[in-house]
Ligand binder design. Structure first.
Ligand code: DQA
Length: 144
């Protein structure tokens, strides 16, 4: 199984950014842990973090025919981006949406996602464990 891990804006600041909400692990820690987990489960993982919406969209387009699915934490683009939604609809790439924090227990503007209803699954509020859960969920969804 080939999986693309995408992280959106400000997630490069993990470890420094509001640690009471997002924890102390850096994005490099998360990517390393997930790569090790992926390898141990016979999965090939590629990763990209970008603060630019078009780079995430380009990566989704490039994933067509190259990867089996996507794990994405879209950061704040979750709540704003019709373009990311359209990229997934256009490529038909199955994806799991991940949020470190429980967005439903936070400000109301974080309750709305432009992606959730077209995702094959959503993992919210489980911290960094969410990324591993997402990999398991994607494998499960691709088999069924
Ligand atoms: C986030 C939640 C978003 O609302 C926020 O804008 C982020 C991170 C999360 O992982 O909890 O950047 O996606």
């Amino acid at each position: 199984m080939k999986v693309l891990l995408l992280n959106g804006p400000n997630l490069n600041l993990l470890g420094k950014r509001e640690p009471e909400i997002y924890g102390s692990q850096t994005l490099a820690d998360i990517e390393n842990d997930l790569s090790i987990y992926a390898k141990s489960t016979d999965c090939q993982l590629s990763t990209l973090q970008s603060n630019a919406e078009h780079e995430l969209i380009d990566a989704i387009h490039a994933g067509m025919g190259e990867v089996d699915g996507v794990i994405i934490n879209p950061g704040a683009f979750t709540h704003t981006s019709v373009a990311l939604r359209d990229a997934f609809l256009g490529t038909k790439l199955p994806f799991i949406e991940v949020h470190l924090s429980n967005v439903h227990a936070r400000e109301e503007f974080r309750h709305k996602s432009f992606l959730s209803d077209v995702a094959v699954g959503i993992i919210v509020g489980c911290g960094t464990l969410g990324y591993k859960l997402a990999l398991d969920a994607l494998r499960f969804k691709l088999k069924t």
